[in-house]
Ligand binder design. Structure first.
Ligand code: DCP
Ligand code: MG
Ligand code: MG
Length: 352
């Protein structure tokens, strides 16, 4: 028997913002696009649970969120900051598993089989991880514990917010059978719709489905879907070394439109990016320059180049992108340098 845990941060982006703006705690807060007095476009990335009480949720148009609670705190997105916080969390979680798999910026699976011998041990371990993330990072999380990925992910959803939920192997059937097909981790909303049309609306119905009929409709996924509906999931927790991009950013002490200063910063950031590139033994094909102006508008400029791992390629491309695209009438507040579209030169493994 395996013991798998899924650890997911609560209202992650806003939780990060609370770390650096403690004054927003206990107020409804939203991270997303600028609501511009209700005329703003774009969506809510996430919001804290206080804001959720007003019906606000991830993916909702920001204008609608503004309508729901115009005096909520609306904050812009700062991925680089969230990634930094995330890295601290992941480093903390990783040693608790014999295997570790980060699935998004705010969640990771660990396989704790071998670290603990039973469910009681698993609960103690989960509590320790939960409490350490709170005391050392300052963020609350929820943890699902189960015999596989599917169950631990779904248990985590039930544990939210700030809870730990264990579903023992013998309780899996009872836990899962009343759920709708869309609550099955791995079944997206489109697939769920198709399943509903075929007459399978709940996990219990899908669990007893005609396998041939499902394979006809979905291929091998049809088989997997039935397994999921029975709470069976053989997927391993797999280490992922894959990185998609490497970037560094810097906010100027004072906003600037001095070309020399910007170029110096590009060189400095490129050198930092280069260090990571070398450490990961990758070559890259895309260079991206991000400019955030004093008014917080952000412009992203990318260029594809030949596959390379040279620092001069980063510096030259960024300088060129800057010259070509900067609005000299405005001052730059923050600048970012990023490379992506990788090929590994370590062995044969591609890590795109
Ligand atoms: N996110 C996003 N757009 C979405 C959903 C999420 O940009 N439609 C971002 C913002 C979230 C982060 O990803 O903070 C993590 O996503 P989660 O689904 O884990 O959601 P939260 O952590 O915000 O809330 P929860 O407490 O439900 O986990
Ligand atoms: Mg989360
Ligand atoms: Mg998540």
């Amino acid at each position: 028997m395996r013991i798998i845990m899924l650890i997911d941060m609560d209202y992650f982006y806003v939780a990060c913002e609370e770390l650096r703006h403690p004054e927003i705690k206990d107020k409804p807060a939203v991270v997303g696009m600028d609501p511009r007095d209700g005329k703003g476009r774009g969506v809510v990335m996430t919001c804290n649970y206080l804001a959720r009480e007003f019906g606000i949720h991830s993916g909702m148009p920001i204008s609608m969120a503004y309508k729901a609670k115009s005096d909520a705190i609306f904050l812009p997105v700062d991925f680089d900051y969230y990634e930094k916080v995330s890295k601290g969390i992941m480093d903390l979680i990783k040693p608790y598993g014999t295997k570790f798999e980060q699935v998004s910026v705010d969640e990771a699976f660990i396989d704790a089989t071998g670290k603990v011998s039973d469910y009681t041990g698993a609960q103690i371990l989960a509590k320790r991880i939960h409490d350490r993330i709170l005391s050392e990072i300052g963020i609350r999380c929820s943890i699902g514990i189960g015999p596989n990925k599917l169950i631990s992910k779904m248990a985590c959803e039930k544990a939210k917010p700030n809870g730990i939920k264990l579903v023992k192997e013998e309780d899996v059937k009872g836990f899962i059978s009343g759920m709708d097909v869309e609550s099955l981790y791995g079944i997206g909303s489109k697939t769920a719709q198709r399943l509903r049309k075929m007459g399978y609306a709940t996990a219990a119905q899908l669990a007893k489905a005609n396998e041939m009929k499902l394979i006809d409709e979905f291929g091998m996924f049809g088989h997997e879907a039935i397994m999921f509906a029975n709470g069976i999931d053989e997927r391993e927790v797999t280490e992922n070394y894959d990185i998609k991009s490497i970037g560094r950013e810097l906010t100027f002490e004072e906003n600037t439109n001095d070309e020399k200063e910007v170029e110096k910063t590009i060189e400095k950031l490129s050198a930092e990016v280069m260090k990571e590139v070398a450490k990961n033994q990758v070559s890259f094909k895309t260079v991206t320059l991000k400019l955030r102006y004093g008014d917080f508008t952000e412009h992203i400029h990318s260029k594809s180049i030949r596959l390379t791992n040279e620092m001069t390629a980063i510096v030259d491309t960024c300088k060129e992108l800057y010259k070509r695209s900067v609005d000299v009438t405005r001052k730059v507040r923050k600048i970012g340098v990023r490379v992506s579209n990788f090929t590994s030169y370590k062995g044969q493994r591609k890590i795109i």
